[in-house]
Design a protein. Structure first.
Lengths: 187, 121
């Protein structure tokens, strides 16, 4: 009887433990009203199937493709919503807050929060860690005429993120590991 | 006299059922002779047989062609989806990099505008 106790306990607790594990996937609102008002909108939903399909079409001999392939190797999803408007304040702060509120859930850690007076842009970067490994990244960027939400799910290697530098014009960020606390520069 | 001849002829020419042995021998000979068997099909099947063969061959060729075309279209669809997924991945990373750039610029300008910190602080 005793030899069955542990497997039974695991079978019973397994789903509960899985449920309790923080989910790095954010619930993206529809933003259908904003899409109509926006002069440009980007809606990207890449699930694991599409990511592996994309990886097959990335050329390993091309530096940009090779870097991209390396980055998406451990990813399980990339979700992007970006809206650009012709006028200022075409979107409500509540649109962003619906996503931002999800980042107060356990597991999410603010990595960088910035505000630029020059561009009037706020950028918040959150990261979800599991045993010192980044398993989720959320980025919310709000500018007067644009707002962008990025949610990346999966084993994000921050070193690989560095490799983006030069490929897409990404500068070197001082992201040397999960130990980096929030760089609260927001005013 | 005439009556006798007539009845004699009738009895001589009366229909008789063949013996069982005769029937079996006849059927065995027909089965053994391919020419006899062929003759029994008549004229129409001789023309219809090559036609049926061509029809079957054409049908098979059409099926093979249809399967080939379907596979080719499926491959094209799959390639289009793959290329579209690739384009989206690149665009997603481009958007992400642009926003990371914004954060970097803000951090950089913040650090340059701050007065130099004393060592040990």
């Amino acid at each position: 009887m005793q030899k069955y106790t542990l497997p039974m306990l695991l079978a019973l607790l397994g789903p509960a433990l899985a449920w309790a594990a923080p989910d790095p996937k954010l619930l993206m609102p529809e933003f259908s009203g904003l899409a109509q008002k926006a002069s440009e909108s980007v809606t990207i939903t890449l699930d694991p199937t599409l990511l592996s399909m994309a990886a097959r079409f990335l050329d390993g001999n091309d530096p940009q493709d090779a870097a991209t392939k390396e980055i998406i190797k451990g990813l399980r999803g990339i979700y992007v919503r970006s809206y650009t408007f012709d006028k200022d304040a075409e979107y409500a702060q509540s649109d962003i807050d619906a996503v931002r509120s999800q980042l107060s859930a356990p597991g999410w850690n603010p990595l960088v929060q910035t505000h630029s007076r020059k561009t009037r842009a706020d950028v918040d970067i959150y990261i979800m860690l599991d045993h010192d490994q980044a398993v989720g990244l959320a980025l919310i960027a709000s500018e007067p005429r644009q707002f962008t939400i990025v949610n990346i799910i999966g084993a994000i290697d921050l070193d690989k993120l560095h490799k983006l530098e030069g490929q897409f014009g990404v500068p070197k960020l001082d992201i040397d590991g999960p130990k980096t606390p929030a760089q609260g520069t927001r005013k | 006299m005439n009556h006798d001849i007539e009845s004699g002829m009738r009895s001589a020419l009366r229909p008789l059922a063949p013996s069982e042995e005769f029937s079996q021998q006849l059927l065995a000979r027909v089965a053994a002779d391919p020419q006899a068997r062929q003759k029994s099909y008549g004229l129409m099947p001789r023309i219809a047989r090559p036609l049926a063969w061509w029809l079957a061959t054409s049908l098979a060729a059409c099926l093979v062609l249809a399967v080939g075309v379907e596979r080719h279209l499926e491959q094209q669809r799959s390639q289009q989806s793959g290329l579209e997924a690739r384009r989206e991945v690149l665009q997603a990373l481009r958007v992400t990099s642009q926003k990371l750039n914004l954060a970097y610029e803000a951090v950089k300008s913040e650090s340059t505008s701050l007065p130099d910190e004393k060592p040990g602080d």
